[in-house]
Design a protein around this ligand. Structure first.
Ligand SMILES: [Zn+2]
Length: 479
């Protein structure tokens, strides 16, 4: 609760179209019978993953690191329901976000443009914010144009809002600083009256994200202490008057004494305790889809905008772009319920073309690759903290075997994805000289900035208020 900068609840309601002309005569009911063909046959047959008249429910769980889910091999039972669902889903084992920032990452997800290419950003440092440019189309716009009833509900009124373009293409849009339970109440009500024509639902849950008030990770439910048994330390979530995310930001910057291992383990257990709370809410959402009779004709996508660091690289929150922050869950439950695990390296940019292909909607100008049209090509995946029109203080690039990490394009790390997936053992001395990597990253940045220049941008700059800048400074986002 009150996770968005401790502001009192702010609600933005944008009913873009009050009434949608619902002209769909009826669903072409999807054949829900299980498919008995071999996996290779299924992959080769694009129609398996196609249903133009099915609904799409897109779920983004903010700050959910892939490695903390049971279905991604975690040792704790954090996601009993999602694990069950994933067994009948297409689960991407190696999905990576393109940015560790909530707004920038979501902008990439819904446009299939890299952070530097779409250029959307919240106010940082001396720079004003910039919404998603009109030169790129959002996921909801595609669905709206194709006759879907569209509804968006985000839990971050400060960033994922109308101002930054997240309501574009939404027949109805709400940005509410509330927990998943409250969000579900709204969604369930919406589903009660909007289940007879095809729809696109965009849901953003913020409960796993660190809190801004009392304790770094808290849902105020039974789940908070679900994994914290035997802790006898003194970590209270505060230090010298700084609490919750503010304290973690100070720890991240190294300006307060570091936590001891026992405290880090406790903090991690508290982070893990946020996850079953959301898992339970997603279970209820799926039950609701069933209750209103649309589950069997709905694609359900579950992903995250970024993960979270819990001291793996000496820091906290999500400012860097190492594995624990870059690696995100990506699970797609198709109406036919076929379960399959995909090992290929994929990225957030791939989500838009994939869901549009499923819905048989034509698209253009995307940077991602559809993941349901035959073999997924091997590629390099760039993830970074990039600033519109400028540079990337942290930037990484991954292929199947290697991760290269850049800090300010000055210092570099090279890590083996074969035997060092956590990215701890820097092999730069055994690889190419730093200039090689600097040139490669610079080439990528220049290429993306050039794409951005080509995008028609009639957007208006969003000025940062002094209050916003102060809050961002406290969290370490602004120096
Ligand atoms: Zn986020």
């Amino acid at each position: 609760m009150n996770k968005v900068h401790g502001n009192k609840i702010a609600i933005y309601i944008f009913i873009v179209f009050a009434i949608v002309a619902v002209a769909v005569a009826g669903y072409m009911l999807y054949d829900g019978t299980s498919d008995t063909r071999e996996k290779s046959e299924i992959q080769a047959d694009p129609t398996i993953y196609s249903c133009p008249d099915c609904n799409v429910v897109f779920i983004s769980i903010d700050t959910l690191s892939a490695k903390h889910l049971g279905c991604y091999g975690y040792f704790r039972n954090t996601t009993p329901f999602i694990d069950e669902l994933s067994a009948e889903s297409l689960l991407f084992k190696n999905a990576y976000t393109n940015s560790p920032n909530t707004m920038i990452s979501h902008a990439s997800i819904i446009t299939s443009h890299s952070p530097l290419s779409h250029g959307a950003i919240v106010p940082y440092g001396r720079h004003d914010g910039k919404p998603i440019p009109y030169g790129v189309k959002t996921m909801a716009e595609y669905y709206q144009e194709n006759g879907f009833n569209t509804f968006g509900l985000t839990a971050h009124p400060g960033w994922l809002n109308n101002e930054y373009g997240f309501s574009r293409g939404m027949n109805e849009f709400l940005a509410i600083d509330e927990n998943a339970e409250e969000h579900n109440k709204i969604v369930f009500k919406w589903l009660d009256t909007n289940n007879s024509s095809k729809f696109f639902l965009f849901l953003h849950y913020y409960d796993v994200h660190s809190d801004f008030k009392d304790f770094p990770y808290v849902t105020y439910t039974k789940y908070d202490e679900a994994f914290t048994n035997e802790y006898s330390g003194s970590f209270t979530g505060c230090y010298n008057g700084s609490c919750a995310s503010d304290y973690l930001a100070q720890l991240d910057r190294g300006v307060v004494p570091p936590l001891v291992t026992e405290d880090i383990n406790y903090l991690t257990a508290r982070y893990d305790g946020q996850i079953p709370y959301v898992d339970e809410q997603i279970k209820q959402l799926i039950e609701k889809l069933n209750a209103v009779g649309v589950y069997d004709k709905t694609l359900i996508v579950i992903t995250a905008d970024h993960g979270e660091e819990l001291a793996e690289h000496g820091g906290y929150l999500h400012n860097k772009i190492y594995e624990e922050i870059a690696h995100v869950p990506l699970i797609m439950h198709f109406p036919n319920g076929i379960g399959r695990t995909e090992d290929a390296l994929v990225e957030s940019l791939d989500i838009l073309p994939t869901v549009l292909d499923f819905s048989d909607i034509n698209y253009s100008d995307v940077q991602g690759t559809s993941l349901i049209r035959g073999e997924i090509p091997a590629k390099k995946i760039y993830s970074g903290y990039c600033f519109s029109g400028q540079t990337c203080p942290t930037l990484s690039v991954r292929n199947e075997t290697t991760t290269v990490y850049s800090k300010d394009l000055k210092s570099f790390g090279v890590y083996s994805r074969v035997d060092d997936i956590g990215e701890h053992n820097n092999l730069i001395a055994e690889y190419l000289p730093p200039k090689h990597y600097a040139d490669e990253f610079r080439g990528y940045i220049d290429e993306q900035l050039e794409l951005n220049r080509k995008i028609e941008d009639s957007s208006v700059l969003v000025k940062a208020s002094n209050e916003t800048i102060e809050k961002l400074k406290k969290l370490g986002y602004v120096t």
